[in-house]
Design a protein around this ligand. Sequence first.
Ligand code: ZN
Length: 670
Amino acid sequence: MAVVTATATCTAFRAVDERTGEVVIARVLIERVGSLAALTQAMSTSVVAAHWNDGDLGRVGSGVGPDGRALPAKGWMALRRLGWRAAVPEGGYAPDRVRRVAEEAAARVLRLAVHRRAVVQAILAAWPADTRRRTDAEWAALHQLPPAGVAGAEIRNRTRQLRAFKTDHDGRLPACLTELEQPPVATSAQVLLAAADKQLVTIDRSSPETAVLRVQLPLLPHPATRGDWAWHAIGFRLPGHVPVDADLRVPTLRVSGGRVRVDLPWRCNFPTVRRAGHAVALGLDWGVNTLLTGTVGKLAETSSGCRVVADGRRLRFDATGISAKLHRLRGNRETVAARRDHYARLLGGRPATAPDRERLTAKQAVLKREHERICARIRGLNHALAWAAARWAVDQAHALGATVIYLEDLATLEARGRRPGNARLSGQIRGTVVAAIRHLASKEAIATVTVPARGTSKLCPRCGKALHHAPAPDRPRERGWKWAICRSCGLAGDRDHAAAERIVARGLLAQALAGIELTTAGHTIARMVDGNVARARRPKHRTRAARRADRTQATHPIASVPPGTHQSTHSRPTGQPASPTPRRVPDRRAVPAPATQVAGKRPAGQASQTHPHRHAEVGSGPAHDRLPCPCRSRRPGAGWGFHHNVAATAVLPLGDYGPATAWPRPAQNA
Ligand SMILES: [Zn+2]
């Protein structure tokens, strides 16, 4: 069994003051939690500000205390060993455990700064003599110096930050991180209760769906005595995805969006996923706007030996609509931010007594609010998209009997992003998708393994020769992006689908080499093992129209009747036995059939699963499949819904295909 840890965000609406037994209503609870958060925030901010210098960061980073012993792993313990204690504001009182919470928050900020300091020091040590071009030796030095696990993107971003500092300071580089960055204005306003113990907080399940958090909260914004603190029992409902047997841990409290949020970590045992020994796998490729393109592949015993066989079915999670929406929102965000900053500049140049100051301040406040709203919308969309894509991928793997999902390693993917289009769905979203797939797959005992991304779309998955990329299948001579053509074996298909086939082969053929990645603790394959992929058709089920045509063939030559003519006993050629008139004619239609319920799973959205509108392949269905969704007309004004803008291949449980599975025996996929 493997332990899966996750965090569920819950909302608390009321509490009970245990001293008086009174119910604390939402407004008061928000005030009290807010007071606690503000108190710990003020205390931790002052600790960080007091130790924001290169020497103290070095002391935290060295990991050794003043007495020569190693610093404890827990942040608040490490700070206490160093003698950096959080102080309660003058005239106030807070229990020792509240100080611990503040020290923990400060320690986390300082430890993150220690990491940034190491990166900045490494870049400064390898700063090139000629800023336009680094020599090979300088590149080598740059990649050797930073701490393990620092990605190329981080080095690039810090280099840009340093270059900006140099420009602003007449060509002078900063001496250390604390000169480059000011201490944070305020640490985050959340209460890390995990640093405290049962003298401040306890958590218990009160029923399978509810839990009670007991915590000491201040009754006033500035508690002055022990009597200003009281135990509160905060009851809240657990989200449906928290298993009944999950072990609840001490949460983090915060006030967000006018609600008290409880970020509740939970742990549960799930069957261990295997790194190797997989026969059926799902390979996924990242697209520009099509977020994921996938294919199923299996190790099969063919006439030419054991090889990877795919079924040729392209699985797509197409987020073009969301991608366009995000693009528009990002544009809006920039515009609003520019106007907000413009008002800030105008206000900065006005004396405090200027008559239009009030008007400008009001306008700036409106723009600030608008900017925050757009940022929240972008965050929400990114989150919804990433989790919907992950859910879809894991559902596909489950339905197709795959025991492993192979993905490109994002760290090795970066070098490929020369096209500006690659920025459309940002790398951040992909990171969230990977984490979400790992989490959801581990709950279903499906492994998630990353494979090297280099050259996945360069070579033909069928024969291994170089592919030509054309803009479209009917423009094979032009150079393009979307369509892959192999001049050697004649393969022609979607670029991402071909890449997904290579990814699934890379994973299945090299599965014995899978190891653990140090930074993410996920499974990864670092070596490239390429093999050609054969394609086998799934057994084709006869359509209802074909079956019916066969059945009626003997008695009723329906196919010979011109379309549109009504079948009746009058039109029956003489000499043939009479048969009842079929109720549904014609079966071979000249116009599309009415939309039917499809036994697939919609990709995402709040609407019910039995919604009559269906989202399968974009543009592939008959025209009426793309009519406006009825739910749009039901709720006027609610024209934009997440699920209308994602098109994903339906999740259909399909059986085995092609030659027999080679190894291990398919019993494992049950
Ligand atoms: Zn080929």
